[in-house]
Design a protein around this ligand. Structure first.
Ligand code: MN
Length: 294
């Protein structure tokens, strides 16, 4: 009796495998679900026709999936949006990530990503680097801190590239044991305004360390950048180094190369790429996407 059941199960499995094989061999068109018959408005029909005529290229089908943290509470969602545009322009697929405090879910999410991009937003809670809050500390977002620190921790463990923008650079430094200046105007006053209120214009210059990967990636030793921050890196975490400085001595880029595939900017290259196709900053995102492809 058991033998007979086993034989039946065996045949059943064989048929299943055969069907799966046939499904694979069948052209995608034959498997595609048909819409129920309906008379569609000409504009909608024309749009569907256009969609059906499109097939992703091989490069696009193998494009890396890059997670983008989007938990900002202050509404400054242009940063994740522009990051998504920049990743698309560089040949990757952006995946906006909703915040969760479930570590198992975060691990599952990171296991499907090829890269992680930490975006701009609120100040990182100073307790995460063992400092008391400064009077000029801005808005903090504990839920976002926890989520992004977990993302970073899991992504580092997996060895996927981790890039950061603005708060993202600060969070990466804190996540690895570094500290932050909580308010530049009161703690490191200078003539340069690092938060002039407009990301579409140049705020200050940066000088890049000539021997750094950052300088090689951008292909320049000097650049004009935008700026929108009142905090910055203070003590650099072990394993990271500052690779670009503003004229008043504020760290404007970080990297972990060659040992760690980590790179970050205090400025906003995503705005320069999304708004102006800035060729220097497009090289930055292309490098990131290529790293995520490996
Ligand atoms: Mn700046």
């Amino acid at each position: 009796m058991i033998m007979r059941i086993n034989a039946f199960l065996y045949r059943f499995l064989l048929v299943l495998l055969l069907m799966a094989g046939l499904m694979q061999a069948m052209p995608a068109e034959a498997r595609r679900k048909k819409m129920p018959a309906a008379t569609l408005a000409p504009r909608l029909q024309a749009y569907y026709d256009k969609l059906d005529a499109c097939r992703p290229s091989k490069a696009l089908r193998h494009a890396p999936l890059i997670g983008i943290s989007t938990a900002s509470r202050s509404g400054s969602l242009t940063t994740p949006g522009y990051c998504g545009i920049s990743i698309i322009k560089a040949g990757g697929i952006p995946v906006p990530l909703a915040a969760t405090d479930d570590p198992a879910l975060i691990e599952a999410v990171v296991s499907r990503l090829d890269g992680l991009l930490m975006t701009g937003g609120e100040d990182v809670a100073p307790s995460y680097y063992g400092h008391e809050p400064h009077s000029q500390l801005g808005e903090v977002n504990d839920r976002r801190d926890d989520f992004e620190l977990a993302l970073f921790h899991k992504a580092l463990e997996r060895g996927i590239p981790i890039f950061g923008v603005c708060r993202g650079m600060q969070l990466i430094n804190v996540a690895m044991g570094g500290t932050l200046v909580q308010d530049i105007p009161s703690e490191k006053p200078s003539d340069i305004r690092h938060r002039p209120g407009n990301l579409s214009v140049c705020a200050h210059d940066i000088d890049l360390e000539p021997d750094s990967r950052s300088a090689r990636v951008l292909g320049v030793k000097h650049a004009e950048v935008n700026s929108s921050h009142h905090q910055c890196v203070l003590d650099v975490a072990p394993g990271l180094k500052v690779t670009a400085w503003s004229p008043d001595g504020i760290p404007e880029m970080l990297e972990g190369y060659p040992d760690l595939r980590i790179m970050a900017t205090q400025y906003h290259p995503e705005v320069m790429v999304a708004e102006k196709d800035d060729p220097t900053m497009l090289r930055y995102f292309r490098f990131f996407v290529e790293e995520c492809r490996k």
